[in-house]
Design a protein around this ligand. Sequence first.
Ligand SMILES: [Zn+2]
Ligand SMILES: [Zn+2]
Length: 333
Amino acid sequence: METTRAWQVDRPGPIAEQPLRLVTRPRPEPAPGELLIRVLASGVCRTDLHVAEGDLPVHRAGVVPGHEVVGEVAALGGGVTGYATGDRVGVAWLRHTCGECVYCRRGAENLCTRSRYTGWDADGGYADYTVAPADYVYRLPGGYSDAELAPLLCAGIIGYRALRRVELPPGGRLGVYGFGASAHLAAQVALAEGAHVPVVTRPPAAQRPAHDLGATSAGGDRPPEPLDAAILFAPVGVLVPAALAALDRGGTLAVAGIHLTDIPSLNYQDHLFQERQLRSVTANTRADGRDFLAFCAAHRLSVTTTPYPLSSADQALADLAAGRVDGAAVLVP
Ligand SMILES: [Zn+2]
Ligand SMILES: [Zn+2]
């Protein structure tokens, strides 16, 4: 039997203590309804870091992280139609919803109480091969390399949902806090739609790319103008009061991450009154994914990636934790 490589989360803990281990294992088999996918590129998301470090509870012992998977269909499980071997597809975070709960029935499958996630509940893309339910994979736009497509599948989709969640008025001012993989994509969508986008990020190395992509301003302090909306991409709760205080009347702040450090106490007058709103973003629906990928087909986004060989996944996560990655880290087998 063909053996293939995969990274497993052995003992969740600080990335410096090497919680991941590279193993060889038999090639996975697609169950009915699933596709076997040969991985061509696998993005490294901050959520993988949360899984590896134990910030998120263990859902599956020894899970293989990775939920920004670009690959080629290698085999079809029973009953799958609409795909052929060789098709290029994307596997993202959401991989199962029940279709029956109150959330699923009202079009909010991202809130499904029985949802399952790639790289948390099931093995993901830090591997030579992965399997995924055909109903949850995406067709991918042309004009992008495999490595460029990978970060679109989580960083891109979540940033897109966050942008929709803040309901930015036409021509409005969108504050972007943090400028990593997700932010640099969401900022481009907002700019393409006519927004003004001040970026708040401390590292000078992140300020230049923000300027290059067309940000209205980029600096480490409060944006120079009041904001109609803001998205917090940095997983730093202490920024929530600052971002709320920077909102204009009626403005909305969305927190894009799955995990946030504690938020300091809020003051009603300074942070919420005048109908300012604070919202979270929880995963995404398949419709969000399709809408975003259609946007990417119509507007060529500039995707900054830093490639790593599959054998260096642990290094990629360590670099992400230390803020040393330019754009999105992507594993290329
Ligand atoms: Zn459901
Ligand atoms: Zn992710």
